[in-house]
Design a protein. Sequence first.
Length: 466
Amino acid sequence: TTLSSGIPPAAGANLGFEGVTLIGSNYYAVQEQNPAKIWKLPVGGTIAAHSGDLKDTPGYEILSVGGLTRGGDATDEVFLVVKNYKGPGRDATADPYKQSGIFRYKLSTNTVLERFGGEVCAMGQPEGLTFWKEGTKVKMLIVGETTQARVYEADVSCTDAIGSISNIMATCEEQVQLTTDCEKTKEDGGCGWRRCDKSQTKHTKICTDDSAATQCTETQCMAHCTNSDFAAADKTAGAANCTHWAYDEKEKECYIFDGCTNEAWDEDYVLYALADPTCERVRGDHALGCKQRRCDKSQSVHNKICTDDSTATQCTLDQCEQKCKDHVDFVCASYAYDVAEKECYLFETCVNEQFDADYSLYVLQDPTCDARRDGGADGPGCNQRRCDKEVTTHEKVCVDDSASQQCTKNECELLCAQKVFTDVSDEAFCTHWAYDAVDSECYLFYGCTGEKYDDDYELFFQNYGE
């Protein structure tokens, strides 16, 4: 028998119920977002909103919820799997920022009793939660898309008070807002069709096509940057240390830059960073990682997990990488290994990355996508990734409202190749595109800020040919 059907107003765009549980004689369900809300269905009654918009929860702006469950015999509490909320972080005196976690939520007052971050912070999209007992242990399982699962346990004799979770486990580290600014060195292949803005960046055009004598090779161009060979007038204007260089292979012209302001499209140049300031190398693609680099221990959350105190405390590079994947005290994103001493550091954050003669630095996942389709070939993009719509200039050009408004992957790529975001500039060409193969939807982006997990999309860097 259908007691109630639907919610007013109806949820759209795959934003309906995400979980349901029975407490006493009432069923509770949670709506994912737009708005995130808890609903209540009394046995024999009609479903109605139990809470208001969860973004108005005291102390926390809850934006998206992946599920809910009850805990044991509790009659006035549910646990919410919060995929996205804005609240106080590691530094309680700083501005709130976006995080994810598990919330213990009191139904009678619609307030949060406590929260837990832990490894939930690193899950792409947490979706479900349950509790059960095994002897003297209470188990908690949290799952997320597509194949993520975390199991925690506590002793039933635990007498810690509600809210006694340490701050580092209750909160998530604030995520660095990633951008597509060029950090690729010559070894990494550089950034095609890009150049720093000459009008805003101190620079010297060190090689020109005026004659064969004023031209230079790519190797010579890089050497000019290495040596900071700025013209005397440019040095007087403040140019001192070359950080980027741009080379035009056809005309054999070269720019060297001190900094790189307002990096933008240039059909003639390939832009290079002299040194990548942040390591984004995964071991599978770069066996040696970022050589002689390490995160600053004094500023980065870390754990020295292997030491040279004895052979028993040392580890191999394989073991160091696995320890990063398995670490539970915080979410490990980077690891550094000393091959001579067999020592290993794990890092949650990587602040003030700098030279270290002994270590090579690695990341578990490259945080920025540069996958390209070559000549229409169906090569893989960056699966389940998309630029953050809230902070990146974009346009959704294909939608699943009707067949006529959908498009194929090839059409999505072509739309990017033809797109110029003229409200930004006449040369704001589409740099990235994301395609949803199930719904045949397509996003175009200018730049790619805040790249993150998205279960529906495959992300590509636009290929404009050579």
